[in-house]
Design a protein around this ligand. Structure first.
Ligand code: M21
Length: 143
């Protein structure tokens, strides 16, 4: 559900600070991680793929070949409130997207394509958190 996805996004987004420098993702290219869900957000900067790669590594969600580690990803999602209602479906969506872009050898570029595919799939089945849900949370956190 959308609230769970919001929590997972904000949780995952916590690693952005740690990954900005090494991925070369400037604030100009992405201010806050949750903008990822915005309709107008464009998946054009390879650096964003590198940042998601770094963030996934930070939470130990990747295998040695930089593919999703299914078990760890399942556990990560379940670590959020009501995560169990989303874990299996999210892992499936990401894996389906992964398979679609298997021919892209560059890890950062491939993960960028997977991230866009994940965002679009979630939107199409109303799993994506709305900007209203995300902004409300963001304002609460800042206070
Ligand atoms: C749930 C919130 C954010 C997640 C965003 C990124 C999703 C992109 C998935 C990339 C997975 C990388 C797998 C590598 O094959």
């Amino acid at each position: 559900d959308q609230t769970v996805m919001k929590d997972v996004t904000l949780g995952f987004g916590q690693a952005l600070d740690k990954c900005r420098e090494e991925s070369g993702l400037t604030e100009e290219k992405m201010e806050e991680f949750f903008h990822f869900w915005h309709d107008d957000f464009k998946f054009v900067h390879r650096e964003l793929g590198c940042a998601i790669l770094c963030m996934s590594r930070y939470f130990n969600l990747l295998t040695e070949t930089s593919r999703m580690h299914h078990e760890n990803t399942d556990k990560f999602i379940k670590s959020f409130p009501n995560g169990e209602i989303l874990a299996k479906q999210m892992v499936e969506i990401i894996h389906t997207c992964e398979l679609r872009f298997e021919s892209e050898p560059d890890h950062c570029a491939r993960i960028l394509l997977i991230a866009e595919c994940f965002r679009d799939t979630c939107k199409s089945i109303n799993l994506a958190p709305t900007m209203e849900i995300l902004m409300a949370e963001f304002i609460l956190q800042a206070e």
